[in-house]
Design a protein around this ligand. Structure first.
Ligand code: ADP
Ligand code: MG
Length: 410
């Protein structure tokens, strides 16, 4: 069976799509178009809320927003991925007050004010049209791409000046996290928004969730004959919300029992494990502590020099160890993710692992350049033989963060 790689739109194409939708809906030209990427995490899963390390890259796949400020407090919204036009007053936005996808947009406007980054006077309403090539619900953070595109747009049209440097971008990311947690009601950690706003092209973003510190690590695959394939399993997410909260709760309970602020502070894993009596909690803690260690070793390999065969083998081994830890200790994998990882590894990946929150979503495979089509075909065939839904694929060179695409006033 053939498999197709989902192309990323060019900046021009995305900008035209969003601007055309804006014109057709609101009968005027937008002030500009801004865009922000989805993300894929190389390693370090369920570590963010434990004060740990993670290592995302920005996807070439982006969400585009065409936007024009208004003089009143109304926000009118349209998205090519959703039906109908919506209208919300900024005065009515707060935790639990906005239904559906507009919460990700107006939530950012609300959070910029709530975080003290924009005064209420500056926070005027706006018209906005959204279009995106980031797959929904694939664990590739279409939600953070939308929030980050809106944040960088409002930063410009409200004149906040935060997008100009990394310190400002980290504050925009914090506002986006607040929008997602409080207004959209999704209890996610901070990785996704930081990746979308702060990751650099040809680099992976080492994010230390204990203090929000970051380092840009070289991750330029093409010149060293590598490519990163993302496999969207399309597995139906079952019970995801409850499972995420359950994992998070058990980590927090374990940290309390061990007398540390977060599991990041565990320095003696064996000691910690023998102080915990519940075997399930012990496995959860072992995943988090060993996963943080794997991220640190992965980061050392990326920084230590060119990606020669030995380093690539080291990266692959860490990816494989991460997958086994998520499958067996954290128990967040599923049959589709395991089959994607096992098949990619069997047909020549240097390493593969599930990525994102788990229970479906995507896996990644680090491949010799030029083998993505073949690996995608093998995974597609294996899924068909197992009776699973047809998976989707995309390539992810480490791409650029949220930015203006064009700022023509009209
Ligand atoms: P993920 O972030 O993994 O893709 P989420 O469930 O966190 O999955 O976010 C998906 C939700 O984000 C969608 O259901 C929708 O509410 C919102 N969203 C993301 N992208 C868009 C878009 N282009 N237009 C409108 N809403 C979007
Ligand atoms: Mg999301």
């Amino acid at each position: 069976m053939t498999a197709r790689l989902l192309p990323a739109w060019t900046a021009d194409d995305g900008a035209h799509r969003a601007a055309d939708l804006f014109g057709a809906t609101f009968g005027a030209a937008p002030e500009g178009v801004w865009s922000a990427p989805g993300r894929v995490n190389l390693i370090g899963e369920h570590t963010d809320y434990n004060g740990g390390l993670c290592l995302p890259v920005a996807l070439p796949h982006r969400t585009f927003v065409a936007l024009r400020p208004r003089e009143d407090r109304t926000v009118r919204l349209v998205s090519a991925q959703e039906s109908g036009t919506r209208s919300v007053s900024l005065d009515d936005v707060g935790p639990g007050t906005v239904e559906g996808w507009p919460a990700y947009v107006v939530g950012v406007a609300w959070a910029l004010v709530a975080e003290g980054l924009a005064s209420r006077d500056r926070a005027v309403g706006f018209d906005v049209a959204v279009d995106s090539c980031v797959p929904y619900g694939a664990g590739l953070s279409s939600s953070a791409a939308l929030e980050s595109a809106v944040a960088i747009a409002l930063d410009d049209v409200w004149g906040l000046g935060l997008g100009a440097d990394d310190a400002g971008r980290s504050r925009l990311a914090a506002a986006c996290v607040r929008a997602e947690n409080e207004v959209a009601g999704a209890p996610t950690g901070g990785m996704d928004q930081s990746a979308s706003l702060r990751a650099q092209e040809r680099h992976a973003l080492l994010l230390d969730c204990r203090d929000g510190g970051t380092r840009q690590l070289p991750f330029d695959l093409a010149p060293v004959g590598l490519e990163l394939l993302v496999i969207d399993t399309r597995a139906p997410h079952a019970l995801v919300d409850g499972q995420y909260a359950e994992r998070r709760d058990s980590c927090e309970a374990a940290a309390r029992q061990l007398g540390v602020a977060t599991l990041r502070e565990v320095t003696d894993l064996q000691g910690a494990l023998s102080a915990l009596d519940d075997p399930v909690v012990r496995r959860r803690v072992r995943h988090v502590v060993t996963e943080i260690e794997r991220v640190a070793r992965f980061a050392e390999l990326l920084q230590g020099g060119p990606l020669d065969a030995e380093r690539v083998a080291g990266l692959g081994a860490l990816m494989a160890g991460s997958h086994v830890s998520m499958r067996d200790d954290y128990e967040i994998s599923c049959a589709e993710l395991d089959l994607a990882v096992d098949t990619a590894t069997a047909v020549g990946a240097h390493g593969a692992r599930m990525t994102g929150g788990g229970f479906g979503g995507s896996a990644i495979a680090l491949l010799p350049a030029g083998s993505a089509d073949r690996v995608a075909r093998e995974v597609t065939d294996a899924f068909a033989a197992a009776g699973f839904a047809r998976p989707a694929f995309l390539l992810s060179p480490a791409s650029a963060p949220a930015a203006a695409v064009s700022a023509t006033s009209g």
